[in-house]
Design a protein around this ligand. Structure first.
Ligand SMILES: Cc1ncc(COP(=O)(O)O)c(C=O)c1O
Length: 381
């Protein structure tokens, strides 16, 4: 038997991957994953020459410049020299964890937060501290309490459209976190893949307000272009960037240059704004239809309309949604139980519902299947 690294004891399967695999191989309606609508996925033209050879670990300079300009347009000044293309923004999370987390390192996250970030942070042995968060982010007092209990080495946050809530942080929450990170020297890791899924207005990236604290900001081409090209990016403060480049070299030398060429062509495309407006309109319509179906099919659910992203975060008071998943899968519908999004495994009566992947008819049928399951469970008590 091979001897594994100690961290492998902490390696957990991803429930969402298992649900997606089960849903793909059957007629299960999946409201579980975060898949873009098929209508938004256009096959790109094959880029001409220039991408076939090995490239730089940081990524190709024309694309780094284009990403720097994109961030500038969002309100974050970061030179192209401190932009790195990554293999999905998931890789940026992995590199951040490798850089900052040892066994027992204190890492603060919102509760709820992005489940695949939790998976990586746990693998590296993070001592996870959760800060309750809602549609307007955490209450400033909750942020203060978290730091008063011992400053985390890293704070992972989604201030501009969270997965799963779809909320945008209030000014108060933003100011509170920036002040605390600056005072304690806590690294602010800001994850921002969803901003282009809705028209906005969107606040400027939060890391731009820091005066002293180190930071990493990450974005993605998955939600606004094509998830299959597996391309994201990070921008980082001066002290962190060179170390992240070395970690990237060890991970995969560099991200696909073909994918980088596709992303560059898109950023330079004069029709990009029109394409994004169409994508945002499709998601706006899907959300309206989903909200209507949710009101009708699950009137007992508590939820608030998201400002963008791909999910509705809903509560079924008093119902254990982890226990509900199995009968629902048997009835042909999948969702993500809230517990998966909770650093300490709370939020047991919440669920994350995707509204982008299925057409409105199918989503409604999915919600109706959940309702029928709830009715059957009630009548069998
Ligand atoms: C908040 C958040 N961060 C990061 C990712 C990873 O995205 P990708 O690796 O496709 O860029 C996702 C994907 O769903 C996400 O929701």
């Amino acid at each position: 038997m091979a001897a594994f690294a100690r961290r492998i004891e902490r390696l957990r399967p991803s429930l969402v991957r298992e649900i997606l695999a089960a849903a793909a191989s059957s007629d299960i309606i999946s409201l579980a994953g975060g898949l873009p609508a098929a209508e938004t996925l256009q096959a790109p033209a094959m880029p001409a020459d220039g991408w076939q050879q090995y490239g730089q670990s940081e990524g190709d300079m024309p694309l780094r410049i284009a990403v720097s300009e994109l961030l500038d347009s969002r309100g974050l000044e970061c030179p192209a020299g401190r932009i790195m293309l990554t293999t999905g923004s998931q890789q940026a999370l992995d590199l951040a964890a490798k850089l900052l987390i040892d066994e027992g390192t204190r890492v603060a996250c919102e509760n709820p937060t992005y489940l695949a970030a939790l998976q990586v942070f746990r693998l590296f042995g993070a001592d996870l501290r959760e800060v309750d968060s809602g549609m307007a982010g955490p209450a400033p007092d909750a942020i203060a309490k978290c730091f008063a209990e011992g400053a985390p080495n890293m704070f992972y946050a989604m201030p501009s459209i969270s997965n799963p809530t779809g909320g945008i942080w209030s000014e108060d929450a933003r100011r509170a976190l920036v002040e605390r990170c600056d005072r304690a020297g806590t690294v602010l890791v800001e994850d921002d893949p969803y901003r282009e899924t809705s028209a906005g207005p969107h606040p400027a990236p939060l890391v731009g307000s820091l005066k002293r604290a180190p930071w990493i900001h990450m974005g993605s081409f998955s939600k606004s272009l094509l998830p299959g090209i597996r391309l994201g990016f990070l921008a980082a403060s001066e002290d962190l960037f060179p170390l992240l480049v070395r970690l990237k070299q060890g991970a995969d030398l560099h991200s696909s240059r073909l994918s980088q060429a596709i992303a560059l062509a898109d950023l330079r495309d004069p029709a990009r704004d029109r394409r994004l407006a169409r994508l945002q309109a499709i998601y706006g319509e899907r959300l309206e239809a989903f909200a209507g179906a949710l009101r009708q099919e699950l009137p007992m659910a508590g939820w608030a309309k998201p400002s963008g992203g791909m999910f509705v975060w809903a509560r079924l008071p008093g119902r254990d949604t982890s226990a509900l998943l199995d009968p629902c899968m048997k009835a042909g519908v999948a969702f993500l139980p809230g517990r998966e999004c909770s650093p300490a495994g709370g939020l047991g009566d919440w669920m994350r519902l995707n509204f982008t992947a299925c057409d409105p008819e199918r989503s409604r049928e999915g919600l109706a299947r959940i309702r029928r399951c709830l009715e059957e469970l009630r009548s069998s008590i």
